[in-house]
Design a protein around this ligand. Structure first.
Ligand code: HEC
Ligand code: HEC
Ligand code: HEC
Ligand code: HEC
Ligand code: HEC
Length: 270
């Protein structure tokens, strides 16, 4: 009897220890003091919480303190500059604020016509992506409403055509590679190549340099063209294999029929 209850206590102890170990990663890591306190506030202090929850940042674990700094575990000291709180950035500091994590994008942006016009009517990261409701980026962000607020849409439209064209090329390749993959063909290297090209291509946008984007788009189309050729080759080989397979089956069937006929003839002769 005593042995039994000691065992129960021991098990409870292990469970508790396990819980304590995993507790921070379950709830507390997401429900920081920032979210708890701001979530209970009204108006401009509370709104960021709901907007952020639907964002790509929430999905990937970049919470309030990732951008604003501060101590997410301490109610009293959360917004203390000593704990790294930087508060709300001035407009001109936004590229550096976001660029801590998006270094490549920040560099491309700062060199672009947009970055050069920072503080003088040029857009910052949040003009195009928003601050709390940041979503996965796509060519949908390039549209007449958003891109003709400050200048004509013409040059933006040329960039959009290049981005949409290349995106279509890439998704077509990915679909065909998926099909081959489902047939049991090794496509990992080709898929890796398309993925790398995709990432490099998407880096181009922030330069907003129409000539450069057009020139490089041609280069990407050529590289992706080699993937297309390889896919066609593999499909061709596969189709031929299927054809020979079909011929072999037909031959076997014909042999079978012949054999049965011959047997029948012998049987009749007996
Ligand atoms: C106990 C409640 C509480 C906690 C915890 C808290 N905040 Fe705040 N926060 C406030 C209040 C109230 C204000 C508005 C008054 C002020 O600026 O001090 C504010 C203001 C802010 C602002 C705007 C500052 C400005 O200059 O307008 C930001 C950004 C912010 N908080 C981020 C955070 C982050 C990030 C954390 C966690 C590291 C955090 N807060 C934790 C209550 C809190
Ligand atoms: C991706 C970075 C990022 C994240 C994550 C983020 N913020 Fe912000 N926040 C900003 C920026 C940038 C501003 C400045 C607003 C502007 O200029 O558009 C801002 C402004 C604010 C303000 C001032 C009021 C306002 O809307 O301008 C508060 C309060 C605030 N944030 C709280 C929070 C809280 C609470 C969280 C977590 C739920 C959070 N922020 C997450 C980037 C971020
Ligand atoms: C603490 C690091 C951090 C900061 C600061 C930060 N981000 Fe992010 N951001 C991430 C992570 C992590 C992801 C998700 C992974 C990825 O796509 O790179 C992401 C994703 C994004 C995406 C979607 C990318 C895609 O693949 O479509 C955009 C757009 C973006 N962030 C914009 C911003 C903007 C604008 C700011 C400033 C207001 C900002 N980020 C600040 C870490 C950060
Ligand atoms: C003029 C509007 C605009 C500005 C300013 C801008 N972006 Fe973007 N951003 C876009 C568009 C459009 C895309 C999608 C491009 C594409 O699909 O090729 C994008 C894509 C991204 C991506 C995803 C890149 C990828 O590899 O898929 C990130 C991250 C990002 N932006 C962050 C930022 C940050 C950080 C800043 C500020 C330094 C910024 N953006 C400034 C419009 C903008
Ligand atoms: C907040 C204002 C603002 C917004 C919004 C804006 N731009 Fe711009 N853009 C500028 C300024 C300022 C310049 C530099 C002066 C000029 O060339 O007109 C510029 C220049 C450009 C250029 C010329 C670049 C060069 O090197 O010649 C292109 C292309 C461009 N923007 C595309 C876009 C696209 C695409 C969007 C939407 C995703 C956009 N812009 C949204 C302000 C803006």
């Amino acid at each position: 009897m005593i042995g039994e209850s000691t065992k129960k206590i021991a098990i409870r102890g292990v469970l508790l220890a396990g819980f304590a170990l995993f507790w921070p990663s379950l709830g507390v890591a997401e429900e920081t003091v920032c979210i708890q306190c701001h979530g209970a506030q009204e108006g401009y202090l509370g709104e960021p919480v709901a907007l952020w929850r639907d964002s790509i940042h929430a999905e990937n674990g970049n919470s309030c303190h990732g951008c604003h700094g501060g101590d997410p575990t301490d109610f009293e000291m959360a917004m203390s500059p000593e704990r790294g709180f930087v508060g709300v950035p001035d407009e001109e500091d936004i590229p550096a604020f976001c660029g801590r994590c998006h270094v490549g994008v920040k560099d491309d942006y700062l060199q672009s016509a947009h970055g050069q016009a920072l503080g003088e009517g040029g857009p910052t990261c949040v003009t195009c992506h928003g601050n709390h409701a940041v979503k996965k980026a796509s060519s949908d962000l390039i549209n007449p409403q958003d891109c003709s607020r400050c200048h004509e849409y013409g040059r933006a439209e040329e960039i959009k055509a290049a981005v949409v064209g290349t995106d279509q090329l890439i998704s077509g390749l990915n679909q065909d590679l998926d099909k081959l993959h489902r047939l049991g063909i090794r496509t990992k290297e080709l898929q890796g190549k398309v993925f790398a090209q995709r990432n490099e291509f998407h880096r181009l946008f922030h330069s907003v340099d129409v000539d450069q984007i057009k020139a490089k788009t041609a280069g990407f189309e050529k590289e992706l063209g080699t993937v297309r050729e390889r896919i066609d080759e593999i499909s061709g080989e596969f189709g031929q294999r299927k054809l020979w397979g079909g011929i072999a089956v037909a031959l076997l069937l014909a042999l079978g029929v012949l054999f049965t006929l011959m047997r029948k003839t012998y049987q009749e002769e007996e």
